[in-house]
Each structure stands twice: as structure tokens, then as C-alpha cells.
Design a protein around this ligand. Sequence first.
Ligand SMILES: [Zn+2]
Length: 76
Amino acid sequence: MDIQIGDVLTMKKPHPCGSKDWQVLRIGADFKLRCCGCGHEVMGPRAKFEKNVRQVKRQSAASPAAASPDRPEEKG
Ligand SMILES: [Zn+2]
């Protein structure tokens, strides 16, 4: 599954706050996600989240002409 930092993951199960959308803050052995509804942050193994992902929404669907030097896959 192609997931990058900044993507918004729509989960199959909603958070208790009612939102199903989570923004990806960090990728690695563990994912760090923030609930778009209440701002709650969670960390956990990638496989655990991927099982619940229904859709990946990419916000950076900008035109290629406006290429930015930012690299989404930053290690550290
Ligand atoms: Zn929430």
C-alpha cells in the first residue's frame, strides 16, 4: 500500500469522535497518525493500520509545474 507522510487515511472503523480520517504524521516501523476529527494522535505498527485503511487521500495533487523541493520520505 502506498502511504506517504501528509496523506489522509480513511479508516473502515470510525474513531469515537466520529471521524474516519487520519493524517499521516510519521512512517517507519510504526505509523503515527492524527485524527482529523479530534486531533488525537496514535502510534502503532504499520500492519495494524493498513488492515483498517479503506482509502488513501493524497492532498498534494498539485500541478507538476509547481514542483517543490520537499521530500515526503524523509528518514530520521
Ligand atoms: Zn477522533
